[in-house]
Design a binder for this molecule. Structure first.
Ligand code: LLP
Length: 428
């Protein structure tokens, strides 16, 4: 178990907080997040890199967890953000992240997205030449110069789920690496765009640090080529992607230190050869927030069919990763956490779909209605990917910090299901 998750008197604790007590107060389902754990990870990431090179900026990938309280905690430690939409841009600013520490990524931005970035002076990572010329026109219109990077597609195979490998030659993201120098030439010729960075992101949930070093190799090589044609690189952004050990006992658990040890020699040698000193930017999402959070869900009923099912009150409406990527999340029976594991269960949610399974074939204590199930490592792409599918208002999110605890998102109500809907006049 990660150090902030413990079992005491048979109850699962997160920090000093008993999950059974928290659910007695707030009900289930319930997302519980440790701010302290997030801060610990951020600090580890930041210091592993900045010990080796002074100019480092960690950008939190806001898509992983868009709660303002989480983003504010990171902002206070100096984090910037990788934002992928106008909404994430607004969240990052509201969380107190300065525009200078934001990068507006995205493979399909609207003119309104580009205009918002220009308005706030946020750097834009461009995904096509079409987008370059659109941005140039929008910035000209606003009487401004937009700072940009291009997202490089480095054509690298990475060991992860195919849906989250993003830097394959066949991925939709970025500009093929061999076309990158020409793209910068074209940007240099644009009056209202100034190329200041270079960006890539090779994929997510990567448990081997070697691919990151490979990506760094490609990036410093290109950084030299484009510096030689007159681009003054202020930052080189290697993206996010460091994975976490969802299988606690068997997965490798690379640390930011391992990441830095693999990447930094390549980066440092490369920029020295190129004669440049750009800031190093990285964009971790999952690593910073995933293990900070448990999703607590109550057993509504059990049954012995072709196998044993435990039907709980959270499904893929609240955590879609198992259904979408066949992801594994550790399960702990939070109210009887030290009972012997005697019986195999499949933990199923309340959604009207066969695929609504949180965990398949897990050896657990014998379960009964009322038991409390904790789904671990739910802090990244958990609530962030939730929905109201099947007419289910979303559950609350709790933030804990030391001995304190607070609601960081209220539960949705039935009224929230209809609040954005419009009654067609001819139906009145
Ligand atoms: N930067 C860019 C440009 C990205 O596209 C992503 C993630 C990140 C950074 C952060 O990657 P991380 O450090 O979190 O691996 N929903 C999927 C993950 C999708 C990741 C998409 N891009 C999941 O639940 O596994």
């Amino acid at each position: 178990l990660p150090s902030h998750i413990t079992i005491r008197d048979g109850h699962l604790h997160i920090g000093s907080h008993d999950c059974v007590t928290l659910t007695a107060k707030y009900g289930t389902p319930l997302y519980v997040t440790s701010e302290d754990r997030i801060c610990e990870h951020f600090t580890a990431y930041q210091s592993a890199l900045s010990r080796r090179y002074a100019k480092v900026q960690v950008l939190f990938a806001a898509k992983a967890n868009g709660n303002l309280a989480v983003m504010r905690a990171l902002a206070r430690l100096g984090a910037g953000a990788d934002v992928f939409s106008s909404g994430e841009l607004a969240l990052a600013l509201e969380a107190g992240m300065p525009a200078s520490k934001l990068l507006f990524n995205g493979s399909s931005k609207t003119p309104a997205d580009l205009a918002l970035a220009v308005k706030h002076g946020v750097k834009v990572s461009l995904d096509s030449l079409d987008e370059l010329h659109q941005l140039d026109a929008i910035a000209a219109n606003a009487g401004k110069v937009a700072e940009i990077s291009f997202r490089v597609n480095p054509a690298l195979e990475v060991p992860t789920h195919p849906k989250i490998a993003t830097g394959l030659a066949t991925s939709k993201f970025g500009i093929p690496h061999e076309q990158i120098p020409a793209a910068y030439k074209e940007a240099l010729a644009c009056k209202n765009v100034k190329p200041v960075g270079i960006h890539c992101h090779i994929g997510s949930q990567i448990l081997d640090v070697v691919p990151f070093a490979r990506a760094a190799e490609v990036m410093v090589r290109i950084a030299k080529e484009i510096s030689d044609i007159g681009v003054k690189l202020e930052f080189l952004d290697l993206g996010g992607g460091l994975g976490i050990p969802y299988h606690h006992d068997t997965d490798p658990a690379p640390t930011p230190e391992d990441y830095a040890a693999a990447v930094m020699p390549v980066f440092l040698e490369g920029i020295e050869k190129a004669g440049i000193t750009p800031s190093l930017w990285v964009e971790p999402g999952r690593f910073l927030v995933a293990d900070s959070t448990v999703l607590l869900t109550r057993v509504n009923s059990t049954k012995a069919a072709h196998k044993r099912f435990a039907n709980v009150d959270a499904g893929f409406n609240l955590l879609i990763r198992p259904a979408m990527y066949d992801s594994y999340h550790e399960i702990i029976v939070a109210n009887r956490a030290d009972a012997p594991h005697t019986t195999e269960y499949t933990i199923t949610g309340p959604i009207c779909e066969t695929g609504d399974i949180l965990a398949a074939d897990r050896k657990l204590p014998e379960l009964a209605a009322g038991d409390l199930i904790a789904v671990l490592d739910a802090g990244a792409y958990g609530y962030a990917m939730s929905s109201q599918y099947n007419g289910r208002p979303r559950c609350p999110e709790i933030l804990i910090h030391g001995k304190e605890e607070t609601l960081m998102r209220r539960p949705e109500t039935l009224a929230d299901l209809t609040s954005a809907m419009v009654h067609p006049p001819w139906q009145r």
